[in-house]
Design a protein around this ligand. Structure first.
Ligand SMILES: Nc1ncnc2c1ncn2[C@@H]1O[C@H](COP(=O)(O)OP(=O)(O)O)[C@@H](O)[C@H]1O
Ligand SMILES: [Mg+2]
Length: 418
């Protein structure tokens, strides 16, 4: 995979909207790419493609470009799975590179990170005991093997393979069967933890290579370092592991066990090396209810969700709810206004929050309920919202989100006028 000249990364939807012409790649008898044929519009293609249209890359090879009279910065190649490839002519100034994404298949999670983990990335999954780290990672591997034909390796350092297999069966995930079918390998290194990191890494590498795996989970990274007392040893281990993972050419999830009450994530190195950090938190709310919350703290090359997202673990595994806004924008403004002085603010407060969402053109009671889950309760709130957030969390198109915001502004000003 080659990078394009300016190395800009854009969201796939934005990218696709900017593309005007595209061509389908054709193979000759020897399986080599020889020609490009114009196809229907790319928009149409993406509609029929899987939602996990994970795409990437650069310009075509120099000879292809010559044939199509394209300059490197004015063409784009998209890969749909490994099956076909599209060359698109784009204006020079909008030439860009898309990042290939690896979907987790965890309901609603991929929407938070623009479709999936960036290819060949190392993700830290941090959380308190019982937060759901093992469940999340196992679901990532299971979905990969069953829905995306991606083979994976699960390395147990903390618990034994037996307990892992048994616990996962509760969710209906038969890893034993997947292992027999050669789609997944579960490595039990809990007993050989003391064998030495290099030896264990060699075992993982051999398994990955023999399986041709593209997904890896290490459960847990903290357990590998447990025997190491000196910080220099831990540093060496992290660098060794990092080099290993980059060579393995896979998406890896490294689980980090966070002790109760601790706010630190790693040991000060892995956080910087990691391409992504996901934090799983468990807590008790004001009514002493047990709750779970996920945050994405880092995801390189990705415009990821910034709000915490409530989740639960049920009989189907890891389930995310619609993101909960930490402090809604409107609430913050109201509090600030109250402080300004009672007389002046009371008039303004009375005017706020008076236009119901259903009074906005294009929003019925059902849609209003959906929008309210984002903390947007009135037309005034919607008028001040960012359409991008609505797109990301409700899965509607950019056009629809912008229309809602525009109509909300119109509804609010109409109300003021009368
Ligand atoms: N079959 C199940 N149904 C519902 N919840 C479950 C089930 N199995 C585990 N859990 C929940 O998941 C938690 C453990 O998840 P796990 O992924 O093992 O956490 P971690 O790896 O972060 O320690 C348990 O404490 C329990 O709350
Ligand atoms: Mg665990």
């Amino acid at each position: 995979m080659r990078k394009n000249e300016n190395g800009r990364n854009l969201h796939i939807k934005t990218a696709l909207n900017q593309i005007c012409i595209h061509f389908k790649k054709q193979n000759d008898k020897n399986g080599k790419y020889t020609a490009f044929q114009p196809r229907k519009t790319l928009r149409k293609t993406t509609k029929t493609a899987s939602p996990h249209f994970s795409a990437a890359v650069c310009a075509a090879t120099p000879s292809h470009r010559k044939k199509q009279r394209l300059t490197a910065s004015s063409c784009l190649t998209l890969l749909y799975g490994s099956e076909f490839c599209i060359i698109a002519r784009v204006p020079r100034r909008t030439a860009f590179m898309l990042i290939q994404r690896i979907p987790t298949g965890i309901p609603k999670f991929d929407e938070l990170i623009e479709g999936g983990f960036p290819v060949n990335s190392m993700i830290l999954l941090v959380g308190y005991p019982g937060a759901g780290k093992t469940t999340f990672s196992a679901q990532f591997l299971y979905n990969g093997a069953t829905k995306h034909r991606a083979r994976g390796v699960y390395v147990c350092f903390a618990e034994t393979k037996e307990t892992f297999l048994r616990n996962m069966l509760r969710f209906g995930w038969d890893f034993e069967r997947l292992e027999q079918e050669g789609r997944v390998a579960i490595l039990d290194l809990s007993v050989t933890r003391e064998a030495g990191l290099q030896k264990n890494l060699d075992t993982i590498m051999e398994t990955m290579a023999s399986l041709n795996a593209s997904r890896l989970v290490i459960d847990s990274f903290s357990a590998i370092g447990m025997g190491l007392k000196e910080s220099i040893d831990i540093r060496i281990m992290i660098h060794l592991l990092y080099k290993f993972l980059k060579k393995a050419n896979c998406v890896s999830i490294l689980i980090i066990d966070q002790p109760w009450g601790s706010s630190s994530i790693g040991e000060g190195i892995s956080e910087f090396l990691a391409d992504g950090i996901i934090h799983l938190e468990t807590y008790f709310d004001e009514h002493e209810m047990f709750r779970r919350r996920l945050r994405i703290l880092k995801m390189r090359g990705t415009n990821h969700a910034k709000m915490p997202c409530a989740y639960d673990i049920n009989s189907r595994g890891f389930v995310l709810f619609t993101p909960e806004p930490s402090v809604p924008k409107v609430e913050r403004k109201r509090t600030a206004k109250r402080k300004e002085g009672a007389g002046a603010s009371s008039r303004r407060t009375a005017r706020r929050g008076t236009v119901d969402l259903t009074e906005v053109k294009g929003i019925g009671p059902k849609r209003a309920e959906k929008i309210k889950t984002l903390g947007i309760r009135f037309a005034e709130d919607l008028a001040e919202s960012n359409p991008e957030d609505i797109v990301r969390f409700l899965g509607v198109s950019e056009k629809v989100a912008s229309t809602w915001v525009r109509n909300a502004k119109a509804a609010v000003s109409k109300k003021k006028f009368f």
